[in-house]
Design a protein around this ligand. Structure first.
Ligand SMILES: NC(=O)C1=CN([C@@H]2O[C@H](COP(=O)(O)OP(=O)(O)OC[C@H]3O[C@@H](n4cnc5c(N)ncnc54)[C@H](OP(=O)(O)O)[C@@H]3O)[C@@H](O)[C@H]2O)C=CC1
Ligand SMILES: CC(=O)N[C@@H](CCC(=O)OP(=O)(O)O)C(=O)O
Length: 334
């Protein structure tokens, strides 16, 4: 199947190219950014002698002539303009931005006015472990945020066992590539190197995303207290969930039962780390309890399981291919 990548000059766009080059069923027929008129090897010198394809100025009509499915690795707001046009032209869309992840009211409260309201209800939230059946029949996938991916995979199995009158805390830490390729004051080397800090405590836009998906999947309106941090790492994400259990349960049994048939979840016996998942689509999970205090830890690669490899898994499911086809499993260790 011919596929397009729009936003190919960004960090997640590059990861999409790297995965799709080796994919047995998908063929990259179109790649684009906001300027075009160059070769992909000029855009990403690391791809010299690997792939030779022109980069176009993004144009939905041109995409529809050469591809059946498009990956949008674009900023929020820009994405919905392209998605709307592509869907009207009959092209299936896997969107890596937040534009179709949330219910309209929640989206407009935390982002901006939505300019493609007619397609919001067609979007399926692309967390395969929880929405696999819906993804199979979708034409528009809203790929989850990186923090919500790691947080939901850790939290959801325990929701029915958690005392929801007590606060749930999520302490999340991300590598700097999570902020995309454009540098800013917070991502400047001197600010990041040898340093660690929280940002947007209890105010980050991923907090409502986690809250909404827990409500939709588990029917519970729980209070999520989410605090992200930046780490001096290029890629990687570590999430720690702290909550209070209602009963004295076997926490490992809960986790193992929740994910027993899941190819890309690994339940570990020791606390998880980001290096063991770097370069892969795995989410590694670890849990422990102290009386009624619950700790669940998850590790993902923010650029892969948090974005591009999860997007390709979603495309695999949507196209009827095996979930694991072309998906990286070997971590960058050491
Ligand atoms: N980085 C991460 O870990 C994660 C990112 N995401 C989401 O994925 C999306 C992409 O993120 P990321 O790769 O980090 O972002 P980057 O900032 O690294 O890349 C953005 C890309 O969008 C392109 N672009 C911007 N405006 C336009 C336009 N008008 N027309 C065509 N192309 C345009 C840019 O092209 P140009 O070079 O020409 O400006 C660039 O290729 C975002 O929505 C982000 O929130 C989701 C989960 C994790
Ligand atoms: C480290 C860092 O800055 N991370 C980004 C989130 C990563 C991401 O891109 O998520 P979305 O897809 O929802 O935009 C942030 O905190 O906004």
């Amino acid at each position: 199947m011919n596929v397009a990548i729009i936003g190919a000059s960004g960090y997640t766009g590059l990861e999409l190219i790297k995965i799709l080059i080796n994919h047995p069923k998908f063929n990259i027929s179109y790649i684009a950014n906001s300027s075009g008129e160059m070769n992909v090897q000029d855009l990403h010198p690391c791809l010299k002698n690997v792939i030779n394809i022109d980069v176009d100025l993004a144009n939905a009509l041109e995409v529809s002539k050469v591809a059946d499915l498009a990956f949008l690795a674009l900023p929020h707001k820009t994405s919905m303009a392209f998605a709307k046009e592509l869907l009207e032209l009959g092209v299936k869309v896997v969107d890596l931005s937040a534009d179709y992840r949330l219910e309209l009211e929640t989206y407009e409260k935390h982002y901006c006015e939505h300019t493609d309201k007619e397609h919001i209800n067609d979007a399926v939230y692309g967390l395969p472990e929880y929405f696999r059946d819906e993804i199979k029949n979708a034409k528009l996938i809203a790929n989850p945020g990186c923090y919500p991916t790691a947080s939901l995979l850790a939290l959801l199995p325990f929701i029915d066992h958690i005392d929801t009158n007590a606060p749930i805390f999520i302490d999340a830490k991300s590598g700097v590539s999570g902020a995309g390729k454009n540098p800013s004051e917070t991502t400047h080397y001197c600010q990041i190197n040898d340093n660690v800090h929280a940002y947007n405590p209890f105010k980050h836009r991923h907090m409502p995303e986690i809250h909404e998906k827990v409500r939709i999947l588990k029917g519970k309106d729980v209070s999520i207290n989410f605090v992200p941090h930046l780490l001096p790492l290029t890629r990687g994400m570590l999430v720690s969930v702290f909550a209070t259990l209602k009963d004295d349960i076997d926490v490992n049994e809960v986790l193992n039962n929740a994910y027993k048939d899941c190819e890309f979840i690994r339940i570990r016996e020791k606390p998880v780390d980001v290096k063991s998942v770097a370069g892969t689509n795995f989410c590694d999970l670890f849990t422990a309890k102290n009386g009624k205090a619950l700790f669940v830890s998850s590790a993902i690669d923010n650029l892969l399981r948090g974005a591009s490899s999860q997007a390709v898994v979603n495309a695999n499911i949507l196209c009827g291919y095996e979930e694991y086809e072309g998906i990286p499993k070997i971590a960058y260790v050491p």
